[in-house]
Design a protein around this ligand. Structure first.
Ligand code: OXD
Ligand code: MN
Length: 579
């Protein structure tokens, strides 16, 4: 059977369930994108923005109850519940299919069903993978055009006739009561119904590239990670590539395109959200960005916090749930110090001060190549060589600004120990501390204990395993103010990391890892006192012991599946801290 015919057969079966009025195979062309935009401008799905200052930019307003990922409605549907593990919602595949099948039944009646063959990763890369998704949302098709490589390029990349992840998406009736995001890793299948929100509906992104991707990665011996990829260039012109895991809406896009505050230093952007990482035949870890666009959080993006993003969203961008100025420009909190007069809020109503103008999880969708800091080699099929991993989270307490793991196993432990304060990227309470190992809690498609084991096994396969670092830009002092300025000054931390990787960088040993020595960080011109830097880097034994007790409880749920090396490293750290 040819590749096309197996895909066609699956598409026919899906149409039999959803019963669209017609089926449209997408080719990924500009003409197709333009047609979709026209159609959405006509039916009000998109509003035009100021054609002079924001050419080819549009605003989409979503249903007010469909604005973020809904983790409580997201399931891993494996035959054996243990394979999904205790950190995932699980449903037995037959039950999941029966439930969602009822929502999908005839859901596309009167609408077109678009078939989108898409490639995650650069054309010509052995690391890239194909997906074929269907959807009844033109907004999803246009967004997929920006976020993935759509059309024949995807079909051509298939290695076998069944070498694709199949995804079914329908807006359904957009009711949260009839919304499910289901993953069937054993069948390479995704079913998503009842949401048009990017993280739930652009199936190439979280569903394929992370949840099913991580499952495939474990089987095939690679890593699918919630990580940005950057090249850090020093004043001599040498570039060191790093991959960094950070929870949603915690400054990942800002770091991915940071403008260095240090003369001669520069950050090159390869990706801002997902990294697929392989050990090559020489033992070098290499990463590709499987995506072709950014789906970034708008609020707080400004010429100060992220000048590159502010510049790149000035054309060919789809905005979702931002506010609108009287001159037809997008606006969000933080873009300018004062809100412009006459704002219309994200729901299309006159803005009332004291209420959000843009939704806190409002987004921009924009092609990667528009980023002024895009790395010249960002689409290199063999990927970029990774020399260091960074695990970063949002913690007002406990976690120092930066420290380095003693070795690979200790670094995996530090990643597994990550916790963070929640943000508006997920539906639910904002600002509560939750465990988020490697920033993968919502995205690991299998038992997280097995995921830790997979990480532990990957380092020794590398001829020169990357160094592992932990960062936290969000620590606050007694006065409730951030201890570190963040943004472009984070490059000062990257400088220390690069120095450490190259065998330099002054550091002192502590029970939790290597911390920059008093003069280790380049703080010249920052105006920070020595005491403030010391406070940002301080290891508080009491806070740590409490945090490690909580970590122990988290690990307990994995039972005997938790790798022994992780349990041993926890015990070792406790002992060093003086219990
Ligand atoms: C994202 C997320 O959209 O992590 O990248 O929620
Ligand atoms: Mn993300």
């Amino acid at each position: 059977m040819s590749a096309t015919s197996l895909a066609e057969k699956w598409v026919d079966g899906t149409a039999g369930m959803t019963r669209p009025s017609n089926v449209v195979w997408c080719d990924g062309s500009k003409a197709e994108y333009d047609r979709l935009i026209e159609e959405m401008l006509r039916d009000g799905t998109l509003l035009p923005l100021n054609a002079r200052t924001y050419p080819s930019c549009y605003l989409h307003r979503s249903h007010p109850s469909d604005v973020a990922r809904t983790e409580q409605l997201t399931f891993i549907c494996t035959r054996d519940k243990q394979d999904a593990g205790p950190t995932n919602n699980w449903m037995a595949p037959p039950e999941a299919k029966a439930k969602a099948g009822a929502y999908f039944d005839g859901a596309m009646r009167g609408r077109a069903m678009y078939v989108i063959p898409y490639l995650m990763g650069p054309a010509g890369s052995t690391m890239s993978r194909t997906g074929i998704m269907v959807t009844d949302s033109a907004y999803v098709v246009a967004s997929m055009h920006i976020m993935a490589r759509v059309g024949n390029v995807a079909m051509k990349a298939m290695r076998r006739d069944d070498d694709f992840i199949a995804g079914v998406h329908s807006l359904g009736d957009l009711s949260p009561d009839r919304r499910l995001i289901l993953h069937f890793p054993e069948e390479k299948l995704i079913w998503s119904v009842g949401s048009g929100y990017g993280g739930n509906a652009l199936l190439g992104k979280k569903c394929h590239a992370l949840r099913l991707g991580s499952w495939q990665a474990r089987q095939e011996g690679w890593l699918a990670e919630h990580m940005l990829i950057i090249g850090v260039e020093d004043p001599k012109g040498d570039v060191t590539y790093l991959a960094a895991a950070m929870p949603s809406a915690s400054g990942k896009t800002n770091l991915a395109m940071a403008v260095a505050s240090l003369p001669g230093w520069r950050v090159w952007t390869v990706g801002d959200d997902i990294a697929w990482i392989h050990v090559d035949s020489t033992g070098q870890l290499r990463a590709i960005n499987p995506e072709k666009g950014f789906f970034g959080v708008a609020p707080n993006t400004s010429p100060k916090t992220n000048p590159n993003a502010t510049a790149m969203v000035k054309s060919n961008t789809i905005f979702t749930n931002v506010a609108l100025t009287p001159s037809g420009e997008p606006w969000w909190e933080g873009l300018t110090p004062q809100p412009p007069a006459g704002l219309v809020d994200w729901q299309g109503r006159p803005w009332r001060p004291g209420t959000p103008a843009a939704h806190p999880n409002s987004r921009f969708t924009v092609p990667v190549h528009q980023c002024p800091s895009v790395a010249p080699n960002w689409e290199e099929p063999q990927g970029v060589p990774i020399s260091g991993f960074i695990f970063g989270s949002r913690r007002t307490k406990v976690i120092p600004l930066v420290f380095e793991a003693f070795d690979w196993t200790h670094g995996v432990f530090l990643g597994s120990a990550m916790s963070t304060e929640t943000t508006a990227a997920i539906t639910g309470q904002v600002g509560v501390v939750r465990r988020d190992p490697m920033a993968m809690l919502p995205f690991c498609g299998y038992n997280m204990a097995d995921y830790f084991a997979h990480w532990l096994a990957t380092g020794p396969r590398a001829s020169n395993a990357p160094r592992i670092f932990r960062v936290n830009w969000f620590r606050k002092g007694e006065d409730g103010k951030f201890l570190w300025p963040g943004y472009g000054d984070n490059v000062r931390v990257l400088k220390w990391i690069v120095e450490r990787i190259r065998g330099g960088g002054r550091a002192q040993e502590t029970p939790i890892g290597w911390i920059p020595a008093a003069d280790g960080l380049d703080t010249e011109g920052l105006g920070l006192s020595r005491a403030q830097v010391a406070e940002a880097l301080r290891v508080d034994r009491g806070e740590w012991l409490q945090a490690l007790a909580d970590l122990g409880d988290f690990y307990d749920q994995f039972g005997s599946r938790l790798p022994q090396a992780i349990a041993a490293t926890l015990a070792d750290t406790r002992r060093k801290l003086g219990t």
